[in-house]
Design a protein around this ligand. Sequence first.
Ligand code: PGA
Length: 261
Amino acid sequence: VTEVIVVGSQAEAGELVARSILRLIGKKPDAVLGLATGSTPLPVYHALAGLLAANPVDVSRVRGFALDEYVGLAPENPQSYRSIITREVVEPLGLNPALIQVPNGAEATAEHAGEEYERAIVAAGGIDVQLLGIGTDGHIGFNEPGSSFESLTRVKTLTRQTREDNARFFPSPADVPVHCVTQGLGTIRRARRLLLLAFGEGKARAVAGAVEGPVTASNPASAIQLHPKAAVILDEAAASQLANLDYYRFVWDNKPPWQQL
Ligand code: PGA
């Protein structure tokens, strides 16, 4: 069942998710985190950095797998997801960079990057908790509409919409890569826990479809309905098109203390 939590601000969402991740690391010091890029997970990383600074926890054994990477950007390109994960997650949290993997976006070997990545995830024992954002078209990772629910890490072609959405990070829209290597919906569904965050009006339609719409490849995020432990953390704007909002609030307000996020 998908749990829906509506919070007052992005900072509050970040704090809630960061505390959940820290509890996991407390129980399992070599926890495997599924890391997302984009603007959405930033409040989580900020909150985690703050909590770790205030109350140091040993994170030297924490492992991580990024969701996706562009094909054809050098790893040292500031817009590669390798660079972004290093800058926004590994460095501020003080993680061991050797334990944090990002799909290999090198053009020459992209054909095999998916299999390699799947092997690495399996060898790590699987992902304990996967952070997810959601695209305005419902993508998670870079699984665009039409992606198979059984798909594993592989090369995908970005939609025009996604390339437009991400053009703000590049000198010109034409510089946004066309291809990516992304965990598949099958990969994401194998993670033991999913935490999907979304903020802002622009995400409201995709969120409503993901949580309450039919399970359909046309909204890849609806795959979360097939997951036994998925939670969606939203601000008011991103939650604004949900039909059963009152019920979700009632559930959260009456949550048994043993059932923390
Ligand atoms: P955003 O991207 O967090 O930058 O909005 C989300 C996504 O495309 O998955």
